[in-house]
Ligand binder design. Structure first.
Ligand SMILES: Nc1ncnc2c1ncn2[C@@H]1O[C@H](COP(=O)(O)OP(=O)(O)OP(=O)(O)O)[C@@H](O)[C@H]1O
Ligand SMILES: [Mg+2]
Length: 260
């Protein structure tokens, strides 16, 4: 198992209130899987993504990434794991505005102290992978939204991480650019990258092989591990549950819960 979250809780302290955001999350993802995470706004998707991405630590519970227990790592070790294992893609690209596509893609390599010449070779290869060989010296303002996101994907993948984490990767794109991003994800998936993608769109989620839903901080999955799911199975026959939650059947999904 590449990734294993066990009984994960996340609370935020707000003033003198302890706000529970993630409640007893259990989730396992195997190497090479392509998983979509869906759920209403504020349900805890990004919070969960930050924990999976080692950006944030859970309040309670254990998280194993590639056999390593993440909770026990110090901040420096954590950023090492993050840099080596995980590529991030965000809704609003998060590119450095003053740097060229090439330099943006090179950032993770800079952190990893890869020598300059090697860095350039790897960046050019990554930009070629996303079809932007002719835009290497363009800055973000000189690129379209779809191109910016492809630069961000090249940056996420330049280190050849095992996991690609994407938080609404097509949320700011027109449908054509969104389709290009999904084609790229499919290609990366075929090369063996594990992809975990947050989306609000059934259409985008249908590109993944498995979907998990998060509602009010609780997970509803197809693999029968959450309490919430057993609540639902009181109301529906089991075969129907598997049909609804196991595959990505956009039509059957959403009857139980509505997304905005
Ligand atoms: N740093 C923080 N401090 C306090 N509360 C927070 C913090 N970050 C998130 N929250 C709360 O946690 C809840 C979940 O937030 P999160 O960003 O994970 O939602 P989301 O599912 O990603 O929503 P969206 O679809 O709108 O991006 C929200 O109610 C939010 O107010
Ligand atoms: Mg979010």
């Amino acid at each position: 198992m590449l990734l294993e979250l066990k009984n994960i809780y996340k609370n935020y302290i707000q003033g003198n209130m302890d706000v529970p955001v993630l409640k007893n999350i259990n989730l396992s993802i195997e190497e090479g899987e392509y998983v979509a995470i869906m759920g209403p706004s504020g349900s805890g998707k990004s919070t969960l993504m930050n924990i999976i991405g080692c950006i944030d630590k859970p309040t309670a519970g254990t998280y194993f990434l590639d056999g390593q227990e993440i909770n026990t790592l110090k901040d420096r070790e954590l950023s090492f794991v993050r840099n080596k294992q995980i590529g991030f893609v965000f809704q609003t690209f998060n590119l450095m505005p003053r740097q060229t596509a090439l330099d943006n893609v090179g950032l993770p390599l800079q952190y990893a102290k890869v020598p300059k010449r090697e860095r350039k070779r790897m960046c050019l290869e990554a930009l070629d992978l996303v079809g932007l060989s002719d835009r290497v010296s363009f800055k973000p303002t000189q690129l379209s939204g779809g191109q910016k996101q492809r630069v961000a994907i090249a940056r996420a993948m330049v280190n050849q991480p095992k996991i690609l984490l994407a938080d609404e990767p097509t949320g700011a794109l027109d449908s054509k650019s969104g389709i290009q991003v999904m084609e790229l994800f499919r290609e990366l998936h075929e090369r063996g990258t594990t992809i975990i993608m947050i989306t609000h769109s059934d259409e985008i989620a249908s590109h993944a092989d498995r979907m998990v839903k998060i509602i009010d901080g609780e997970l509803i999955t197809g693999d029968g591990i959450s309490d919430t799911e057993s609540n639902i199975s009181n109301e529906q026959p089991e075969s129907e549950i598997m049909h609804t939650y196991d595959g990505i059947n956009a039509d059957s999904v959403g009857q139980e819960v509505r997304y905005e």
